[in-house]
Design a protein around this ligand. Structure first.
Ligand code: 4AZ
Length: 750
């Protein structure tokens, strides 16, 4: 079980404990005569990343119930005393009444009755006077039971260390509890006690890990009286609900409680080991509280040679773990690229997220998913992975429960029959935690996702830049809304990508990979509702981390690695979307009910306060107008220009304004979108200059303008009402439009 210490030990056999070798250096005569034996489980005999304990292995473990439900762990230290953590009982600075609590002893699984299991009421809860908050230390509590526990094979006390006791750094110890098995993922029924082996970390090593920015960009100062146990790479840890439970280390055949589970930043995260209250420094406080209680807790003396045992080697002081996921030899060579081969279908692209699991869109498999069990031909499914000579077989398909109706949850997990060995050529992509915020301006790439056709053109075109959350939010149908600051907001509801040439690839589907410090995260999956719109929108993956972790129990979630917000500041202020970037799409009108917004792209361009012409909103923030309307012939100065959006036709113009140009020419396509075909030529109400020759210039300037695919003329309705007369725009040829693009400042009035 735990690592044996290679020390010159005196071998003693203490009867009547049958069959146990007591390789103990602790002489019973050093204990007070009325004390019990401690720290010895019956022979034979979550914690995150742990496993089910065997009954009777940890007979001092208790479960503390508040109003009948498990809240914290604790350890039996004497028949009438339980040791736990102060933070379990103090809320808002007040100690909760003892009468609300009960102690379950000898419980291996909380679902079924076991021999020897029993409950005790709590007579008193004692907490050190100086306890205020977990991060400030002294997170220790004593519970006096209303009546003594019934000791037996499954109920026995643990040994306590004296103040002089030294636990060697690097020793393997064990933490136990019935807490969450992952962050926010409770231990499932039948709630079998979990055990996990954790290494004791020296203070310097632990402080070094906690000094690296981690979750929420927080660092933390370890205080005297705290100790750390776990691994730089994380994955094994205590978690919520384990608090108050014991961290025990075996020395000379007895188990000593080195720590009390106290807190940590998340559970099982890289460079964030669990923090425990060190028990040894509390010897005096414990002795004072239990004074006169017979039998009391046992503090066996540690042999002197162990007290001065080997200390932490210096070179171990600062070994931080680096991410194990998301490393690619070069962009485009993705070591997590997976292709799921289903007989009778095209390959479906997904991503390896752990040694055993592949994430892919559920829509690839929806025709195979039925409510009455796994797909019948699952046996014939295969997964192709980089650098693997043969295709992997699939053991299980787990679609997201909302997959069939919610595009943002179009996800399924496929479990491989045999886990793969990771290597530089085959490794999982990193997944973001819920609070991950991909910074606007992040460098991202699009990767194949699902059953799309391959992109035409070189893959360099698939580079993307994240748009700021608010801008993207505005683009996608939240015109005129106020967007709150997005500091901790998990990246906002949508991610955008703008530096991408090319049009709409029919049916091509993409996932969005974003890089932080050279590590690639799967940041988003294609949101189908965005169709061919630019910038593309992606559904963020953050919200799915808990589901993916829950199903896979081993997916590589990784903390945010980049925190540099730059000096933009825009993300920390409240922003208001421009009122009429209609649905982020071009040329679509609201339902007829909102007549005042019949032409939501029309802009009133007020020039130097005296005349008005009509502009066209071609992208959020960009209005196209005729040059002659804005610039006076012969004038070299740019006049003062104001642009009003969303009120075309709604308000009569003030008398003093003269209207200087005819409205632009719009035609409706078969799909229902309105397309700007021409701008009126100076002085004419019938002649229009065509827009299409200016497409490249507009595209380059604006970046986000939506041009329809070149093929297909505008739709020609048989009734002809409200549509363009044939052969005017587009066919009108020279003169070319003299166009001007106006960039709006964000201070647009609604
Ligand atoms: C808790 O909330 C808690 N990973 C306990 C232990 C840890 C984190 C949280 C350590 O009780």
């Amino acid at each position: 079980m735990s690592q044996h210490l290679l020390l010159p030990l005196v071998i003693l056999v203490i009867g009547p404990d049958p069959g146990t070798f007591q390789d103990s250096a602790f002489s019973p005569s050093q204990e007070e005569p009325e004390d019990l034996d401690c720290g010895r489980p019956e022979p034979s005999a979550r914690i995150m990343g742990g496993s089910d304990a065997q009954p009777g292995t940890w007979p001092w473990q208790v479960s503390l119930h508040h109003w009948g439900g498990h809240v914290c762990g604790g350890s039996l230290i004497a028949p009438s005393w339980v040791l736990s953590a102060a933070h379990c009982f103090v809320s808002n600075g007040t100690l909760e009444p003892a009468s609300e609590w009960s102690v379950l002893l000898g419980v291996h699984s909380q679902d079924e009755p076991q021999d020897g299991a029993h409950v005790r009421e709590v007579a008193a809860i004692l907490v050190p006077d100086n306890y205020t908050r977990v991060e400030l230390g002294s997170d220790v509590a004593l519970l006096r039971l209303a009546s003594p526990a019934r000791l037996g094979p499954t109920v026995r006390p643990v040994c306590l260390p004296r103040a002089s006791h030294r636990f060697t750094h690097g020793t393997s110890c064990w933490a136990t509890g019935a807490g969450d098995v992952l962050e926010a993922d409770p231990l499932p029924r039948p709630w079998v006690l979990q055990e996990v082996e954790l290494r004791l970390l020296g203070e310097a090593a632990c402080q070094c890990l906690y000094s690296r920015p981690g979750p929420f960009n927080l660092t933390f100062q370890l205080l005297p009286g705290m100790l750390c146990a776990g691994y730089p790479e994380g994955r094994k840890d205590t978690c919520q609900g384990d608090s108050g439970g014991p961290l025990v280390c075996e020395e000379g055949g007895r188990w000593f409680q080195a720590g009390i589970t106290s807190f940590g930043f998340g559970c099982g995260r890289r460079n964030r080991p669990g923090v425990f209250t060190a028990v040894a420094p509390h010897e005096a406080w414990i002795r004072t509280q239990v004074m006169g209680s017979v039998p009391g807790p046992v503090f066996p003396t540690q042999p002197l040679e162990l007290q001065s045992g080997p200390r932490e080697p210096m070179e171990e002081n600062c070994t931080v773990a680096l991410p194990e996921c998301g490393k690619a030899p070069r962009p485009g060579a993705w070591p997590w690229e997976a292709q799921v081969m289903v007989p009778g279908s095209k390959p479906c692209h997904g991503a390896l997220v752990s040694e055993s699991w592949v994430l892919a869109p559920a829509s690839c498999f929806l025709d195979r998913i039925s409510s009455d069990g796994p797909p019948r031909d699952l046996n014939a499914w295969r997964v192709l992975l980089p650098s693997r000579p043969r295709a992997e077989r699939v053991a299980r398909l787990v679609p997201h429960e909302n997959a069939s109706w919610d595009d943002a949850s179009d996800l399924a997990l496929l479990q491989l029959r045999v886990p793969v060995n990771l290597s530089a050529a085959l490794r999982p992509v990193c997944l973001p935690y819920l609070e991950h915020y991909f910074l606007p301006g992040s460098r991202c790439r699009l990767a194949r996702w699902g059953r799309g056709e391959p992109a035409s053109g070189p893959s360099a075109l698939l580079e993307a830049e994240l748009l700021s959350g608010w801008w993207c939010h505005c683009l996608y149908g939240h015109q005129g809304e106020t967007v709150p600051p997005q500091g901790g907001g998990g990246g906002g509801p949508l991610l955008g990508e703008r530096r991408e040439a090319g049009r709409c690839w029919n049916d091509s589907r993409w996932s969005l990979l974003c890089r932080e410090e050279g590590t690639w995260f799967l940041a988003g999956i294609r949101d189908f509702s965005s169709g061919c719109l630019r910038p593309r929108a992606f559904s963020p993956l953050q919200t799915h981390g808990p589901w993916i972790s829950h199903v896979t129990r081993g997916a590589y979630l990784e903390d945010q690695l980049v925190w540099d917000w730059g000096l933009e500041g825009g993300e920390t202020e409240i922003q208001t979307c421009p009122p009429h970037t209609e649905h982020g799409a071009c040329g679509l009108r609201q339902k007829a009910a909102q007549m005042e917004h019949l032409w939501p792209w029309l802009a009133e361009v007020h020039v130097a306060g005296d005349h008005v012409c009509t502009g066209i909103l071609v992208a959020p923030g960009w209005v196209l107008a005729a040059t002659h309307c804005v610039l006076r012939l012969g004038s070299t100065t740019v006049p003062y220009i104001e642009v009003y959006l969303g009120r075309a036709g709604a308000n009569p113009l003030p008398q003093s304004h003269q209207v200087t140009s005819a409205p632009p020419l719009l035609c409706q396509t078969e799909g229902g979108s309105w397309v700007l075909m021409g701008m009126a030529i100076r002085g004419s109400r019938e002649l229009f200059a065509a827009i299409s020759p200016e497409e490249a210039w507009i595209s380059q300037t604006v970046g986000e303008a939506h041009f329809l695919p070149p093929s297909g003329p505008p739709y020609w309705s048989p009734e002809g009402s409200n549509l363009c007369p044939l052969g005017m725009a587009g066919a009108s040829g020279p003169p070319r439009a003299a166009l001007l693009l106006l960039l709006l400042t964000p201070l647009i009035q609604g």
